[in-house]
Ligand binder design. Structure first.
Ligand SMILES: [Zn+2]
Length: 86
């Protein structure tokens, strides 16, 4: 488990795997799950399984995520993604 602080917000991140296919999740997958399924979720689906679950094309999810990110949605903040890329 990795814990770090961004400004005043403290984030806790651990390796998560998709509950459907077991794929390792990215911050985007988790953000998308929280946004489209349930913000309080503790278990997540990857973007592929999420799109199947929601019956929408994965590209549409990508577009929505990009849309939310441009609005400054904290679930998709660039800071999170940068840290996870390491
Ligand atoms: Zn999956």
């Amino acid at each position: 488990m990795i814990v770090w602080s961004i400004g005043r917000a403290s984030l806790t991140v651990k390796m998560e795997n998709c509950i459907v296919c077991g794929k390792e999740l990215t911050a985007l997958d988790i953000g998308a799950h929280k946004k489209f399924i349930n913000r309080g979720s503790r278990e997540y689906m990857c973007k592929t399984c999420l799109s199947e679950h929601l019956k929408v094309p994965e590209e549409l999810l990508d577009q929505k995520i990009e849309h939310f990110r441009r609005q400054g949605c904290t679930l998709f903040s660039k800071n999170d993604l940068k840290v996870l890329d390491k």
